[in-house]
Write a protein that binds this ligand. Structure first.
Ligand code: HEC
Length: 311
């Protein structure tokens, strides 16, 4: 049946020569391929050269344009092997505890964590008594009392972390106009999470030749724009850990990042535990439900409906 259509047209189209027959498409292909092929050799060479030069020039322009973009200087943080990175891994709570110490002794001079209360630390990094002692070191303005006066009292478990500055304007004024962001949710608020914060804290370096950083700013390849208003906040031995861990720069950065991850995601451990329970539960329930479904439906699935016409 299909013999006819197979035979007629193909060869004509494939060769591009109109030998096969007088069909319209064939004729078009014939003339189109003729237009370049029929040019004199010199013009062919000239046209080809023009094409190559145009394409090459456009490519070169594109590459040169890319290389002068500032984004080329920005480093993407690598993925670090966090001990809590696995789908079933919990946070390292000893590290959270050290991280709180770093925050308290270093970062809290400039950064608030206004969504954290002292009670949040209980059972996570400290015991209740320890947190009470920590909280009592803070003076909290409370009131008014019976005479309408505000008064200060020692902090309680229910108080929130104290802020370094009373308002954002004061924070800017003290930091050359840059606003130190609240760190409560910072690892969720930045691309790369703790990888980014770790890289930022440890990534300060001299600017490359030709890059001039304005007075009061510091060069950091991980910060968008590379000029950050935060002076390098940590270095080796910046503090002494209560548990005796050597306080190298990377250790300090890692601990504070673990602490910040917990702060941004206090449900982290619970979430993974629930996930595991859900998986284990559904491993039992799903096959059971499937079996029951097949059992219940077997009557309907295996019945045969027959039509018996009346005699
Ligand atoms: C001397 C004050 C100061 C200290 C101490 C300090 N910071 Fe900062 N930090 C700043 C300022 C100011 C900025 C805003 C920089 C900017 O926007 O240019 C900032 C910004 C940041 C950012 C946000 C960067 C971004 O992507 O926007 C992070 C994260 C951060 N700091 C973490 C920390 C951590 C963690 C510590 C403690 C180890 C710390 N900082 C200690 C002043 C400080």
């Amino acid at each position: 049946k299909g013999k006819n259509c197979k035979m007629v047209v193909r060869p004509a189209i494939m060769t591009g020569r109109g030998a096969g027959g007088g069909r319209a498409e064939d004729a078009e292909i014939f003339t189109a391929s003729m237009s370049f092929a029929s040019l004199p050799r010199g013009k062919k060479v000239a046209l080809t050269t023009l094409g190559v030069v145009t394409a090459g020039g456009a490519g070169l322009a594109l590459i040169l344009h890319q290389s002068v973009k500032a984004s080329e200087l920005e480093l993407h943080p690598p993925q670090y092997p966090w001990s809590h990175a696995g789908p079933l891994s919990s946070l390292d709570h000893a590290s959270i505890r050290r991280g709180y110490q770093v925050y308290k002794q270093v970062c809290s001079a400039c950064h608030s964590m206004e969504y954290l209360a002292f009670r949040n630390l209980v059972g996570v990094s400290h015991t209740e008594d320890e947190v009470k002692t920590i909280a009592e070191e803070v003076e909290v303005v409370d009131g008014p009392d019976e005479s309408g006066e505000m008064f200060t009292r020692p902090g309680k478990l229910s108080d929130y972390f104290p802020k370094p500055y009373p308002n954002p304007e004061a924070a800017r004024a003290a930091n050359n106009g840059a606003l130190p962001p609240d760190l409560s949710y910072i690892v969720n608020a930045r691309h790369g999470g703790e990888d980014y914060v770790f890289s930022l804290l440890t990534g300060y370096c001299d600017p490359p030749a030709g890059v001039i950083v304005r007075e009061g700013l510091y060069y950091n390849p991980y910060f968008p724009g590379q000029a950050i208003g935060m002076a390098p906040p940590i270095y080796n031995e910046i503090l002494e850990y209560d548990d005796g861990t050597p306080a190298t720069m990377s250790q300090v950065a890692k601990d504070v990042c673990t602490f910040l991850r917990w702060a941004a995601e206090p449900e982290h451990d619970q979430r993974k535990r629930m996930g595991l329970k859900l998986l284990m539960g559904s491993a039992i329930i799903v096959p059971l439900l499937y079996y029951m479904k097949r059992h219940r439906w077997s009557v309907l699935k295996s019945r045969k409906i027959a039509y018996r016409p009346p005699k």
